[in-house]
Design a protein around this ligand. Structure first.
Ligand code: IDC
Length: 434
């Protein structure tokens, strides 16, 4: 039969489980690995195929899915050449977790990858963010808790520890955990500007002390290796290896530590950042194998946008390691569309953003900040706001002089930015627990 193509058939079923907020209608998307694969007849959804890309839209009776609810659809298909099953699915534009397994007449000799669900932990015994969510991991484009459910962490970033250490002690962190109800403390350890490079042991100890204070209050601790100038992370490679070897060994047994290996690379290519990440991540994983690691992106963690690029450079050439997220920072009203596009393809964590201009100063842009946070809430993207400090600049949450006193809770000590952020962060988390 030389010159002719043999067509064979297969049957597939797809189970859709909604791990996010309730939806009223859904569109499933996936791409066949080979162009010869066609959907010939589908059921329980309206199927459309263009090239190798398939979408399946819900019908009136199965469009509404509560959180945790599932529904099953299926189709018969045909194929001409050896055709592995699609491995990546999206639901309403968001990448799904889970995996694929062959149904009838498996057409390939290599079985497609499957993900075995981890054992479900018991219901939480405490009420803090860490007690409820436990060890985090990256699932598809989301950050998931130990129940395998997407969550969003909302919190604050310290200012540079070399300048504002007097703002971080039991009273101020009680206010962050109890009054602000924050989930996350980002610990910003500058490397230059009188930071880590001037006293590695002292700054390492200071970071560890703050990790302990976050832990004692049930908050996640995000350790930020705050590179800024110079923008090339390779300039600090040896310092980063030394620092992360120390903090990851010291905190390996904790379940609440997240590592941000470079704050804002700038003036360097994504490939240089990847080279840096490839050398620093194994140092952390050698001590703390399951920790989530966040990699800064090109153009001051703008996903390349501030230097004329876009997030495709990351999505098309990701860091090859598990449990990796990418930092996205914003200070201005623009780029929301670009963030939303990137969020459908890669796991994002807004480890820093300001309600003001990128200088860290100026008036609060309430409309833009609210629009940004609405988007982050909807996509369950975690964030830390710059800064939980009394710096004399618009981005600081406390009025100047607050850290010389003993009161941090309530609104009397807050700036406009602090008031705005406290209101956003205090709203209930509703973390999923099963
Ligand atoms: C700013 C501080 C400011 C300090 C300056 C230089 O608010 O007090 O003098 O750094 O160290 C970032 C950086 C962050 C900046 C912040 C505001 O990650 O270090 O802090 N910003 O300019 N990226 C975009 C904005």
């Amino acid at each position: 039969m030389a010159g002719t193509t043999k067509t064979r058939g297969f049957t597939a079923t797809v189970t859709i489980q909604n791990l996010g907020d309730p939806v009223n209608g859904w569109t499933l998307g996936f791409t066949f690995p080979n162009s010869g694969q066609r959907v010939t007849q589908g059921w329980s959804a309206t199927f459309q195929q263009s090239g190798s890309t398939v979408t399946a839209q819900s019908l009136s009776y199965n469009g509404a899915l509560a959180t945790g609810a599932s529904t099953t659809i299926g189709f018969n298909g045909s194929w001409t050449t050896a055709n592995p099953a699609p491995t990546a699915f999206t639901l309403n534009g968001t990448t799904c977790t889970g995996g694929t397994s062959p149904t009838s007449a498996p057409p390939t000799t290599t079985p497609p990858p499957t993900t075995s669900p981890p054992t479900t932990p018991p219901p939480p015994t405490g009420t803090t963010p860490v007690a409820i969510n436990g060890q985090l991991r990256v699932c598809g484009v989301n950050l998931c808790n130990h129940y395998g459910r997407p969550i969003q962490l909302r919190g604050m970033s310290t200012h540079g520890l070399q300048w504002f250490a007097r703002c971080y002690h039991d009273a101020s962190l009680d206010a962050l955990a109890d009054d602000w109800q924050a989930d996350l403390l980002r610990i910003s350890m500058y490397v230059q500007e009188q930071g880590y490079e001037t006293n590695p042991t002292g700054f390492t100890n200071q970071v560890n002390t703050l990790v302990d204070k976050a832990t004692a209050r049930g908050m996640y601790a995000l350790i930020d290796f705050h590179t800024l100038t110079p923008g090339d992370p390779m300039y600090n490679l040896e310092r980063a290896k030394t620092f992360f070897a120390a903090v990851s060994a010291r905190n390996a047994s904790k379940n609440n530590v997240i590592y941000e290996i470079t704050n804002e690379p700038n003036g360097v290519s994504w490939s240089t950042i990847r080279t840096y990440a490839k050398q620093v991540i194994p140092v952390i994983r050698g001590n703390d194998p399951d920790a989530v690691v966040i990699v800064g992106t090109r153009g001051w963690s703008s996903l390349g946008v501030s230097e004329g690029g876009n997030s495709d450079e990351v999505a098309n050439n990701p860091v090859r390691a598990s449990n990796i997220m990418y930092a996205f920072h914003f200070y201005a009203a623009s780029h929301r569309d670009k963030a939303q596009r990137a969020a459908a393809r890669i796991p994002l964590f807004v480890t820093e953003f300001g309600t003001v201009t990128y200088t860290g100063d100026g008036a609060v842009d309430t409309a833009s900040s609210a629009a940004w946070l609405d988007l982050l809430d909807r996509l369950k993207i975690s964030y830390a706001n710059w800064t939980y400090s009394d710096a004399s600049e618009g981005s600081a949450a406390f009025k100047p002089g607050t850290c010389n006193g003993g009161t941090y809770a309530g609104t009397a000590v807050l700036t406009d930015s602090g008031n705005f952020m406290r209101n956003r962060i205090r709203t209930p988390d509703n973390f999923p627990t099963s």
